[in-house]
Design a protein around this ligand. Sequence first.
Ligand SMILES: [Zn+2]
Length: 430
Amino acid sequence: MGEFMSGESGKEVPHIVRAVMQVLIMEAKKVMSQEDAQALHQLESHFNHMRSTGGKWAEMSILARGAWTFSGTQSTFDIDTAEEMFSRLLTNCLTLVTPTFDPLGLVLDPLAARANHSCDPNAVVVMDGPELSFRTLKPIGKDEEIFISYIDVTNPFARRQDELKERYFFNCKCSKCRLGPTQKEDKWALSPDKLPGAWAETADVIIASAPHIVKDPVSFVGDDKSSQRLTALQYTAFSELEHARRMSEPSAMVRILEGGMKTCFQSKMWPVYRQPYPALRDDLIVAYISSGESARFLSAFVHGVKRYFQIDPVLFPQPFHPVRVVHTYTLATLALWLSSAPEDCPMDAMKFLEHGIDLGVVIFGLLVEVHDNVQKSHGQNSSFAKIIQKKFEEMRTDITRGDAGMIAQVMGKIESQWSTLRAFGLELEV
Ligand SMILES: [Zn+2]
């Protein structure tokens, strides 16, 4: 079954508009196979529901009209058809990503669109160029239903429910949601009344300036004073994440993300794996790297180490979870960079020496791990697996230099290096 993709990414035209234009053009020119067209029209569009959402639909309808106009298909389709297609794509598209989960656009694959959602999925969708595959996260029995996740399932219960309701029009009753807000995603580090005084004051200022926040259903913690303060802080932390995601300039992003992390960290309320704390850190690592400033690569590495030891094993328990494998690979790449350019950052080289970190061993250990898991996470023939294989071979040749015994020596050092590295990550307060 084919896919219909939007073009390359671009900030000017929203992906959804490009995708709708493309499908309208394909249909008008009859370049879509009968089978694909049929599968497309069988997908639920939730059009009537979407139209009844008032202000929200008013905004979307402008985009739908834009797609219709720019596609030049007004003589073939009426505006209702264009709006319905817009609604259908919005409901059914997955974000098109690179094998390392960088968003590129939207993809509509009728087969993937029919897989149901669970906040505790047994499969995950991995994309590789035009190919889309399901990778299992748990053993799936014959005739057992395959579930993928449409949203970030590491979010707390109320936020997941809201996102699925808003975008996909259903109340999630998956195995995890049936347990309500009782799982690790909803755990606080301390009870709300333990909020440090300075943060209680900050929260009171926030509440005074926007009293409606305490009733925000997705951030709601409780009705007593302490819980209201925590609601306000949770609301603020998520707003900061969303704010940073609308920015395009890395240093501005860094500033906002660091601010959001400060709320989670200094208030002492957030376990390190509770959202949006880990999402802020993920984005911060990316922002540090994309700033292109070599001085920030060490910061990215330290946050990456913390994520590797303290966060990913909790949020993605399977070592072969594609997101976890990509994070580990990012860490290996950062370590490679830091080890290859010590003259750029003599202070960094000193820091590793002081802590007893042998970057060569660390890089090799991380690559071994990625290499061991990539078959399950991305598939043996994926372009990502090929990149890993190549890097791994390069590294092995580099280590052996004609002496095969060197590999065993390096492997023997991994265990002790891992406790050194873990301690290094723990030193990072935030
Ligand atoms: Zn659910």
